[in-house]
Design a binder for this molecule. Structure first.
Ligand SMILES: Nc1ncnc2c1ncn2[C@@H]1O[C@H](COP(=O)(O)OP(=O)(O)O)[C@@H](O)[C@H]1O
Ligand SMILES: CC(=O)OP(=O)(O)O
Ligand SMILES: [Mg+2]
Length: 393
C-alpha cells in the first residue's frame, strides 16, 4: 500500500496526517498532533474512536529529527505506515511567488525560507520539519501547499494598504492566510449546499489563529488577515487589527524593544490578554469572571463586524459558515455572532446550533448558516498527489 504523510505546522502544534493513496484520492488512515505547549511533548494519535496519547522523549530544538523519528515510530507501532511515497507540508506564507502547490527542492525551500520574516510563528516550524525529513528520508519527495495561494484571486484594491506605493511594490500588502482550510470549506459547502456555495459566503475559521474569508462562488474575494497573521479579528493570543499608533507608542514612548512588542502582539494578546485567564475559549466560557466574559464579547463583536465588512466587499451575504476548533464546537460563540447579524437577516435555530448540526439557521432565515468541520490535511494530501502525479500514485 502506498501512503502519504502530511504536516500542518500551526502556531503551537504540528498536525500529522497518514493517508492511503487510493484510486479515488487520498484516504485518511490516522491523524496525529504533536503539542508543543506540553512538557514533556505529547503526541496524540487517533483514528475514529481510537485514541492513543504518548509522551515523547525528544526535546524541541532547532533540529526536529529526534521528534520526527519518534513520532514515525509511534505511528508505525499502531498503524500500517505502508510504503510512504511523499510528504506534503502546509506552508503558511507563499508570498507573491506561489499561487499553488510546488515540489520542494533547493530553490523552492530557499524561497520559503526568504518569507520567514513575514510569518515568524509558522514558517520556521515548517522549514525545520522539511529539513528534518530531508535528513531522515533523503529520497522522499516533499511538497508545499500554501495558505496564501487561495487569496491570490483578491482584487488589487483589496490587497492594497494606504501606504506609499513603493512599499506595496516591495510586497507590503494583504496576503491572507488559512487558505487550505478555506479551500476545503469551499468544496465541502458545494457538496452539502450547492445553492449556498454558488453565492456570497463568509467563512469564519475560528481556531487558535482565526480569520474570515469572503467568497463569491467559492473564490476568495477578501479576507480579514493581512500582511501578517496578526491582522483581522482577535485570536487566542494574537491581537487582531490594532491602531498602528499603539505600536509607535509602545516603541517610542514606553521604550519597549521590538522583540518584546512582537511577543506581546503574538503571544500575550487576544483572548488571553483581555481575560488575563486563558487563551482557550472553553476556559473562558466556563468562567464567571467578568474579564472572561468581556474577552468572549470582544471576540464575537469583532467577528460580527468583520462579517459585515466582508459582506460589503461581496455586495451582500447569502451564507455564513463556522469552522475550526471554536467555530465547530462552541455554540455560544456562534450564537453571539449571529445575534449581532440579525439586522442582516440571519436567524439562528437555537436547537440546531446547540447540537452542532450542519445547518444552524432557521428555514426562514434570509442568510443561511452552517457548521462545517475543516480538514487542512486532506487538502495538503490532494495537492501533494496533484503535483507528484504518478510518482506518488
Ligand atoms: N471539542 C471542543 N470543544 C470546545 N472547544 C474546542 C474544542 N476543540 C477545540 N476547541 C477550541 O478551539 C481552539 C483550538 O482550535 P484549533 O482549530 O484546534 O486550533 P489550531 O489553530 O491550533 O489548529 C481551542 O483553544 C478551543 O477553544
Ligand atoms: C495562519 C494561522 O494563523 O495559522 P494557525 O491558525 O494554524 O496558527
Ligand atoms: Mg489552525
Amino acid at each position: 500500500m502506498k501512503t502519504l504523510l502530511t504536516f500542518n505546522a500551526g502556531s503551537s502544534t504540528v498536525k500529522i496526517g497518514l493517508f492511503a493513496l487510493r484510486a479515488g484520492g487520498p484516504d485518511r488512515i490516522a491523524r496525529g498532533v504533536i503539542d508543543f505547549r506540553h512538557d514533556p511533548l505529547t503526541l496524540r494519535v487517533s483514528e475514529g474512536e481510537r485514541r492513543i496519547e504518548t509522551a515523547l522523549e525528544a526535546r524541541p530544538d532547532e533540529d526536529l529529527s529526534g521528534i520526527l523519528s519518534e513520532t514515525l515510530a509511534v505511528l508505525g507501532r499502531h498503524f500500517d505506515l505502508g510504503d510512504v511515497a511523499a510528504a506534503g507540508h502546509r506552508v503558511v506564507h507563499g508570498g507573491d511567488r506561489f499561487d499553488g502547490p510546488v515540489p520542494l527542492d533547493a530553490d523552492t525551500i530557499a524561497a520559503v525560507d526568504a518569507l520567514t520574516a513575514l510569518a515568524p510563528l509558522h514558517q520556521p516550524q515548517s522549514l525545520r520539519l522539511i529539513r528534518a525529513i530531508a535528513g531522515l528520508l533523503p529520497d522522499l519527495p516533499q511538497t508545499a501547499s500554501f495558505d496564501t495561494a487561495f487569496h491570490r484571486t483578491n482584487d488589487a484594491l483589496v490587497r492594497r494598504f494606504a501606504i506609499p506605493r513603493a512599499l506595496h511594490d516591495r510586497g507590503i500588502k494583504r496576503y491572507g492566510f488559512h487558505g487550505l482550510s478555506y479551500r476545503f470549506i469551499a468544496s465541502e459547502l458545494a457538496r452539502v449546499a450547492p445553492e449556498a456555495a454558488s453565492g456570497r459566503v463568509v467563512v469564519a475559521h475560528l481556531g487558535s489563529g482565526a480569520s474570515l474569508c469572503g467568497m463569491l462562488g467559492g473564490i476568495s474575494r477578501d479576507t480579514s488577515m493581512g500582511f501578517s497573521t496578526l491582522d483581522g479579528i482577535p485570536m487566542a493570543t494574537r491581537c487582531g487589527a490594532l491602531d498602528p499608533g499603539v505600536l509607535l507608542h509602545l516603541l517610542r514612548r514606553e521604550g519597549r524593544m521590538p522583540t518584546e512588542v512582537e511577543d506581546l502582539l503574538y503571544h500575550e494578546s487576544g483572548l488571553l490578554g483581555v481575560s488575563g485567564i486563558s487563551a482557550d475559549s472553553r476556559d473562558l466560557l466556563a468562567s464567571d469572571a467578568p474579564e472572561a466574559r468581556e474577552a468572549i464579547d470582544l471576540f464575537t463583536f469583532r467577528i460580527a463586524g468583520e462579517i459585515a465588512r466582508l459582506a460589503a466587499t461581496l455586495g451582500g451575504l447569502d451564507a455564513v459558515v463556522f469552522t475550526a476548533g471554536v467555530g465547530e464546537n462552541q455554540p455560544a460563540v456562534r450564537a453571539a455572532v449571529c445575534k449581532r447579524l440579525g439586522w442582516l437577516g440571519l436567524d439562528l435555530d437555537p436547537a440546531a446550533n446547540a447540537a452542532n448540526t450542519t445547518r444552524i439557521g432557521t428555514p426562514a432565515s434570509r442568510i443561511a448558516a452552517f457548521v462545517i468541520a475543516t480538514d487542512e490535511e486532506q487538502v495538503i494530501a490532494e495537492e501533494t498527489i496533484s503535483i507528484l502525479g504518478d510518482t506518488a500514485g
